[in-house]
Design a protein around this ligand. Structure first.
Ligand code: FRU
Length: 613
């Protein structure tokens, strides 16, 4: 196991006025007042390790290199104790004078009091930073950052056999701040390699969500097949900026002419694509507070013309509209294609907080028109009926005409409070989407786990067929290896039963109930007794999906990782994504039926193969 080589805390005595301050080797602290301190560090280590205490406010750190302001960032510098450390890489500043000019948020009555803060003794230098997993709730086969906070996946791009996943990232703490594009990549959508951060904050602000395209015809002038990123620069206000990469998305150069789109009101999360029908670029921008998506066109990715706005008064209108996507999808079992506009919103989801709605309709390159129902209304449709599915958008340039999406597996209601520390938030499994026609004549999104997820299956630990199910639960053992991570594949026939419930439980009495109600055509997920739930009153929840089918048959693929459960209807009609924090892993699967007998047609449980433990 790698270890953090923290340079010894051997006291270095510095006299500042009449204060005597001790700090680690290579770190000199000068207090300038009750809330302003200079931290000088020697330049012969790779990292400065900053101690973080999550419950205190952010301190503002201005990095001065040879006296020049290089960048500003924010860290919850420890006042009483360090919950964990975050590394700041100073290797680019060899042979230079490095000072962090720190302004702390906490008010102090005297310099004496300010100098007592724990951080001044705990800031240290190191050549290494330990990123090995230290937490039981860190997923084993879902993508997570190595450390720090993650929210939206964004800028996802497939190129030359590699799936790139960029994401909203705070490298300096496990709560939202310092938005930067983190970067991971994968050749199989399952095993992820972590890369250096791709786009960092600059003078225009931090780097909010956006998208990438491959400019194969060199319309922007950065070269054939350059990767072009558009993102929101979030300073005092929000504006849209550009960056490009000529090394397949590894490093980006920020466009000197930024910002390239400015508006007089809050707009963010540019999502662009090449429109093959009109031979120009399209861009959607979330006009967040106005609850609409702005639609632009461009010949060269730099000059954008606003063509229309979609959404005022339609669908769920609460909170803010964020993270749009627009794509043409095939309708299963037909030659038909329809356009789908994805609109993430927060709050205002069906079960509180964040969720992803979508509109099905037509798009002529300039204007999106949503389909209406038989009464002439635009129906509100949800992509996932769990509480922990947000900011979902698709990969640009995916192979074989695939439409592959991934979401942020959390909810703004409590994302910063979940019981993890070293990292916060994971992504959903990747999913492939298409459309199907429901019994009501409406088009709905069909969501299935991407085919690559089949490779996760390791040993089949349970195989059962044709079991009659009644009131008394029929029990099966979940795999024990690797904290019980598994895939459960089952097919039920409710027959005469009113309800069939699949329960995952552990020896502490913690459980998750998943109930299929064929009469009401619903599927319900209850996590009120799932384990640790008290970190937020919004966490315990019972959520319900419409099965969109009048049928007694139900087939499911259920993916259990250390702190998440994703339930997919095998045919893609519905999906629910929910976090769970059991004190010990679930060990038992039980199936029971109410008011009559049901049948468990088949059950297969697989342990999971993973390199990412
Ligand atoms: C959505 C969002 C985006 C924004 C980003 C900032 O979760 O609010 O609208 O770009 O997060 O991190």
């Amino acid at each position: 196991m790698k270890t953090i080589r923290q340079i010894t805390m051997a006291a270095l005595l510095t006299v500042a006025g009449n204060q005597i301050i001790s700090a680690a080797d290579g770190v000199v602290i000068n207090h300038l007042g009750t809330s302003n301190t200079l931290v000088r560090v020697s330049n012969d280590a790779r990292y400065v390790l900053f101690p973080v205490e999550e419950s205190v406010d952010d301190a503002t750190l201005r990095l001065l290199v040879d006296g020049k302001a290089e960048r500003t960032f924010y860290v919850r510098l420890a006042r009483n104790k360090a919950d964990y450390y975050v590394p700041f890489d100073i290797s680019a500043y060899k042979d230079k004078n490095i000072i962090f000019d720190v302004v702390t948020a906490q008010s102090r009555s005297s310099v004496r009091e300010a100098s007592d803060d724990a951080c001044w003794k705990l800031i240290s230098l190191s050549d290494t930073f330990d990123t090995s997993n230290t937490e039981k709730f860190r997923p084993a086969y879902h993508h997570t950052p190595l450390y720090g906070w993650m929210n939206d996946p964004n800028g996802m791009l497939y190129k030359d056999g590699t799936w790139h996943l960029y994401y909203q990232y705070n490298p300096y703490g496990s709560k939202w701040q310092n938005m930067t594009w983190g970067h991971s990549s994968s050749t199989d959508l399952i095993n992820w390699t972590h890369h250096e951060t791709a786009i960092e904050p600059d003078g225009l602000g931090s780097v909010f969500s956006g998208s990438c395209v491959v400019d194969s015809a060199n319309t922007a002038g950065f070269g054939e097949n350059a990767v072009i990123a558009l993102y929101t620069s979030a300073g005092l206000n929000q504006m849209q900026s550009m960056a490009h990469s000529t090394d397949n998305g590894e490093t980006f150069s920020i466009y000197p002419g930024n910002p390239i789109i400015t508006l007089e009101s809050e707009a963010r999360d540019p999502n662009m694509f090449w429109n093959r029908e009109t031979n120009e670029w399209n861009l959607l921008l979330a006009h967040a507070l106005d609850h609409e998506m702005l639609i632009f066109t461009s010949p060269d990715l730099k000059e954008w013309t606003l063509q229309s706005a979609f959404g005022k008064g339609l669908g769920a209108q609460d909170g803010v509209w964020e993270c749009p996507d627009l794509m043409q999808l095939p309708v299963d079992g037909s030659d038909e294609q329809k356009w789908v506009l994805i609109c993430n919103l927060n709050p205002g989801g069906p079960f509180g907080g964040s969720a992803t709605q979508y509109f099905v309709g037509d798009f002529d390159g300039k204007k999106f028109t949503a389909d209406t129902d038989s009464e002439g209304n635009v129906p509100t449709k949800w992509m996932d009926y769990g509480k922990d599915h947000y900011a979902t958008v698709s990969w640009c340039n995916a192979p074989d005409n695939r439409h592959t999406v991934i979401g942020w597996m959390s909810n703004w209601q409590y994302a910063a409070e979940v019981p993890t520390r070293q990292f916060r938030s994971a992504n959903t499994l990747p999913r492939d989407i298409s459309l199907f026609k429901g019994d009501d004549g409406q088009y709905y999104l069909s969501t299935v786990p991407s085919p690559e997820t089949m490779a996760l299956r390791d040993r089949m630990t349970v195989s059962a067929k044709g079991k009659s199910i009644g009131k008394n639960p029929v029990k099966f053992t979940l795999p024990t290896a690797n904290d019980g991570i598994c895939e459960i594949d089952l097919s039920l026939n409710a027959k005469k039963a009113d309800k069939v419930t699949v329960t995952l439980s552990n020896s502490k009495g913690e459980k998750v109930d998943m109930t299929f109600n064929p009469g009401e055509s619903t599927f319900t997920f209850d996590r009120t007794q799932s384990g640790i739930t008290d970190f937020s009153h919004d966490f315990p929840a019972v959520v319900t999906a419409p099965t969109l089918r009048d049928s007694k048959l139900q087939s499911l693929r259920i993916f259990v990782d250390r702190s998440s459960i994703e339930v997919f209807d095998t045919e893609g009609n519905f999906v629910l994504t929910n976090l769970v924090f059991p004190n010990t892993p679930y060990t038992t699967l039980s199936v029971s039926a109410e008011e009559g007998k049901a049948n468990l047609n088949s059950l297969e449980i697989y342990s999971i193969k993973t390199n990412n433990n």
